[in-house]
Design a protein around this ligand. Structure first.
Ligand code: NAD
Length: 484
């Protein structure tokens, strides 16, 4: 007879594994089915984020940043060293080790919380049953669930005219595993992944060209930050071409590959000035991700999808079917790990009778470039469109003592607040460690703070967080450490 669980979770990414652990804490008997495999081809928990997303990309960003600092920035500090070299395979192995450690950590957490893992792909069957096809082969198993949580994540979007071959033309996962630094790297899409991975390989010496279809750079970010970021990324050597529509990509042999394998990609694209041809040693496609409903058989049970292919859910992540929930990248909203995990927690806490909710107005965004870019709440463009009267406070990093001591003065902090109520509506940061600084901003939005609350909050000196304090003061025209 099929084993029965209070909750069967499909997917062990940040949404699924967090939900499974929280549900177990709340006393539920939980199974988690996951089909992910790690760098060695073995089952690996943690989903895209842990295996081929957030974590490995941050590992490479860290390594490449060290390389860049050592080879370029240390001179300014009076430190001279000899020839600096990068061992790319060692960097990749360090990244893989971090991934292995964290993925096995999820397994340990499952064991400690008595979550039953199933390494295999799950398929929904009528009657609240889930069929599991084990990764290791062997007989198919069926489990029965009182509740099902779908947390199957997302997959990279593809372009028909640019077929990926996993070698010269790769998706974001492939770009985490190059064994050498590509001489000339093309990236289609100057979004979050394009900028992060483009930055990694640019720092290691690739000539990086980003082909972005939109005319606007980072349309989701505040305009002032996007403008400053474009200037800085360009200064760092990223060749960002906006309004560039890729028409085709063809792999072939260059000088090096004459006798042997193909070693170049020829890309044709079109912009306002006409058609162009450009040659790369590797091409990364990073044009967004699509919800992953592949294989779970949504039609079998009559699960409703929306027009974008996401599983349709309400504010509490309830699907159109009773006792079936969906969270994370597979549903509407930003494809962010922290949004996904909070949704998972909300669902299982509500199953346990708690009144949990996700505050979708207080979700931070981070782009891990150098400097980092982070924001929460509304942008100025959104406020203009809403006709809400607002005030703006901007403080440049160049006027912050800590930033000057660090030698990292590019960037700014911006506070947007309601002109009448003083309530903080948005905070936008371009600064080193903006990913850490944004926590204060998220808390301000979560607590419904006023600009005055930020002004009256004591910030440590010297610290980058003082720019939040000063930007809040600037919203009322009373900065203390800058006059401009
Ligand atoms: P994205 O939406 O951030 O950027 C994709 C870019 O590709 C956009 O600027 C888009 O205009 C462009 N584009 C689309 N089609 C194109 C085409 N045919 N030719 C040229 N450009 C084209 O998506 P992404 O960078 O692929 O990231 C995928 C998802 O993963 C995002 O939702 C992102 O939020 C998430 N992610 C988040 C982080 C983070 O939080 N730091 C890091 C990586 C990825």
């Amino acid at each position: 007879m099929a084993e029965t669980f209070d909750l069967v979770v499909l997917g062990a990414g940040p949404a699924g594994y967090t939900a499974a652990i929280r549900a177990a804490q709340l006393g539920m008997r939980v199974a988690c089915v996951d089909s992910g495999v790690g760098p060695e081809g073995k089952p690996s928990l943690g989903g895209t984020c842990l295996n081929v997303g957030c974590i490995p990309s941050k590992a490479l960003l860290e390594s490449s940043e060290h390389f860049h600092r050592t080879s370029v920035d240390l001179k300014e500090h009076g430190i001279s060293i000899g020839d600096v070299r990068m061992d790319v395979p060692a960097m990749i192995e360090r990244k893989n080790k971090i991934v292995r450690g964290l993925a096995s950590g999820v397994g340990t957490l499952f064991a400690k919380n008595k979550v039953v893992p199933f390494a295999g792909s799950g398929r929904l069957l009528a009657g609240m049953r889930v069929e599991v096809t084990p990764l290791a082969g062997g007989p198919v198993e069926t489990v029965t669930a009182k509740n099902i949580l779908i947390a199957t994540g997302s997959l990279p979007r593809e372009i028909a005219a640019v077929p990926a071959d996993g070698n010269l033309v790769v998706d974001s996962s492939g770009a985490l595993d190059f064994s050498t630094t590509p001489e000339k790297l093309g990236v289609i899409g100057a979004g979050v992944i394009g900028l992060e991975l483009g930055s990694v390989w640019n720092r290691l010496g690739s000539k990086v060209v980003l082909l972005e279809a939109m005319d606007t750079f980072l349309p989701g970010a505040d305009e002032q930050i996007a403008e400053a970021a474009l200037k800085e990324m360009t200064r760092q050597g990223l060749d960002i071409r906006l309004g560039a529509r890729v028409l085709s990509a063809k792999t072939g042999k260059g000088k090096e590959g004459k006798e042997g394998k193909e070693d170049k990609v020829e890309v044709e694209y079109e912009d306002a000035s006409g058609k162009h041809g450009i040659e790369f040693s590797k091409l990364v496609v990073a044009i967004g991700r699509k919800p992953n409903t592949h294989g779970i058989d949504v039609n079998e049970v009559g699960l409703l999808l929306d027009e974008r292919g996401n599983i349709h859910v309400d504010d509490f992540c309830r699907t159109n079917l009773p006792n079936i929930y969906a969270v994370g990248d597979v549903v509407r909203g930003p494809m962010l790990a922290h949004k996904a995990s909070e949704e998972g927690v909300m669902v299982v806490e509500r199953l346990a009778g708690e009144a949990s909710r996700v505050n979708y107005d207080a979700i931070p965004w981070v782009i891990y470039t150098a400097p980092e870019i982070a924001w929460v709440g509304k942008t100025e463009r959104q406020l203009r469109a809403s006709a809400r009267e607002y005030k703006v406070g901007v403080f440049p990093l160049s006027a912050n003592g800590r930033a000057r001591a660090m030698g990292q003065t590019i960037g700014l902090t911006k506070v947007l607040a309601d002109r009448h109520s003083d309530r903080v509506l948005g905070i936008h940061i371009m600064a080193p460690m903006a990913s850490e600084m944004i926590a204060e901003a998220v808390l301000a939005i979560e607590f419904g703070s006023s600009a005055e609350d930020l002004q009256r909050t004591v910030h440590a000196h010297p610290s980058l967080s003082e720019t939040v304090h000063e930007a809040a003061l600037a919203a009322d025209g009373r900065m203390l450490n800058f006059h401009g």
